[in-house]
Design a protein around this ligand. Structure first.
Ligand code: PMP
Length: 454
């Protein structure tokens, strides 16, 4: 049955068909689509997902990395229940203590963070960071790297996975929209740079230095392709010299490379930082943090407040507008704080990193045993399986990777109870067990055997 992933995913296929009648494409986010149908989940616990057909999966997607303690962690649940019971509400709609507690925590952990504002997603956090950079510098262009994702909005949904036919030379990539409906304005006002290529990045930044407000980047592209240290050092030096606001998008790397994110690992202080995912303990969240000087552009300007301003406020300087009904949501912050507290327990992070490295080593052994060219690429608690021995340092290098073979193996893995969305990276959690790792290795062994015998 070509219309199903396997004989055992019939209900998922049926539900996907039903969903398609009321939800365009049958999914609520493009990224959730899997052909011929996604697997529809019904329960989860710890490192496992269970689908509507009763199949169990070891989860390496972990909601795109958000669930660093797996599903239904006791401490996180308790914190959520306590918040609602103690406060007597899910949300005050006013300032409250947890906003300060979490801000103090982030300031303590992240070298580049002196102040914090909350959002409801990573997308909103990068958006606010970019607006802040533009307000701060008074300039209107944004520099970003080819292959880097910062959320699905017009300003940054450019050259995330560009068709190499349209994307220009690798040393001077072009901005290519990743969706229809993106106004030409953003193509014209985005300066695209080649990741991990300092020489060309520097040349392009200098060429456009008068117009560039900020440079946004993922310190580890897609969560698995690390920036080279010299590259990051160079980018910090050049942006500082040119007065370009340096924004680290740590939505993925935050709490996953270490408690202080990529900025701690690389020893570099960005001007602004976007956080999300792990920060919300599985609830929708985002935050922007940064140096006081930059962050204060988002402060409420009393002179413009209708309660305190005089009649004539027309010539007053406007601050960056930032609002949101759910910003700093108490339940979300309670879940996030509990998540961070568990991560802070002695040895927890090191154990997570060791476990991830162990899985990577064992996977490399299995693939090589079958005579496949393979490397794992990643950092700390996230990695990907790449079927080429070409060094992977940016988007372009990925075209050497045998994507078809990888896809075939991933589909077999789904049938064998390993959940990675085909072609996606692997995120580890603190609750994956030795047994999970062994079962994962056995499943890869079997998946490769099936694919190679076909
Ligand atoms: N930036 C990065 C680096 C991300 O990985 C993501 C989400 N995958 C986002 C921003 C957007 O975050 P969200 O999905 O919470 O809007």
């Amino acid at each position: 049955r070509k219309s199903m992933i396997s004989e055992n995913t019939r209900k998922s296929a049926e539900l996907f068909e039903k969903a398609g009648e009321v939800i365009p494409g049958g999914v609520t986010a493009h990224i959730k689509h899997i052909a011929p149908h996604p697997l529809v989940m019904e329960k989860a616990k710890g490192s496992k997902l269970y689908d509507v057909d009763g199949n169990a999966y070891i989860d390496y997607l972990l909601s795109y990395g958000a669930l660093i303690h797996g599903h239904g962690h006791e401490r996180v649940y308790q914190a959520v229940m306590n918040q609602m019971q103690t406060d007597g509400t899910t949300i005050f709609g006013t300032p409250h203590q947890l906003e300060i507690t979490m801000a103090e925590k982030l300031i303590d952990l992240y070298p580049g963070i002196d102040m914090v504002r909350y959002t409801n997603s990573g997308l909103e956090a990068t958006l606010l960071a970019i607006r802040t950079a533009m307000a701060y510098t008074g300039k209107t262009k944004l520099a970003k790297f080819e292959g880097h994702y910062h959320g699905g909005y017009d300003q940054v949904l450019l050259s995330v996975n560009p068709d190499l036919g349209q994307a220009g030379d690798k040393g001077a990539p072009k901005a290519v929209p990743e969706s229809s409906g993106i106004p030409e304005y953003y193509v014209e006002n985005t300066i695209m740079l080649p990741f991990n290529d300092l020489e060309n990045s520097e040349r392009i930044l200098r060429e456009h230095q008068d117009d560039i407000s900020g440079l946004i980047l993922e310190p580890v592209q897609g969560g698995f392709i690390p920036a080279k240290q010299e590259f990051m050092d160079g980018i910090r030096r050049i942006t500082e010299e040119l007065g370009i606001v340096l924004i680290f998008d740590e939505v993925k790397t935050g709490f996953r490379l270490g408690l202080g994110g990529a900025q701690e690992v690389y020893g570099i202080e960005p001007d602004l930082t976007a956080l999300g995912k792990v920060l919300g303990g599985g609830f929708p969240v985002g935050a922007i943090g940064g140096k006081r000087d930059f962050m204060m552009t988002t402060a409420v300007d009393d002179s413009r407040d209708i309660l305190t301003a005089g009649a004539d406020n027309t010539n007053k300087k406007q601050s960056v507008f930032h609002s949101g009904t759910y910003n700093g949501h108490p339940t979300v912050l309670a879940a996030g704080l509990a998540t961070i507290e568990v991560l802070e327990q002695q040895g927890t992070m090191d154990e997570l990193f060791k476990k991830t490295q162990d899985l990577r080593n064992k996977l490399e052994t299995v693939y090589r045993k079958h005579g496949l060219t393979m490397q794992t690429v990643g950092m700390k608690s996230i990695f990907n399986i790449i079927l080429t021995d070409t060094p992977i340092y940016n988007y372009r290098a990925m075209d050497q990777h045998d994507a078809n073979l990888r896809k075939e193996i991933d589909y077999e893995l789904l049938k064998l109870g390993i959940y990675t969305k085909p072609m996606n990276r692997y995120s580890m959690s603190t609750v994956h067990t030795e047994e999970d790792i062994q079962r994962t290795i056995d499943a890869h062994n079997e998946a490769i055997r099936r694919v190679l015998n076909n």
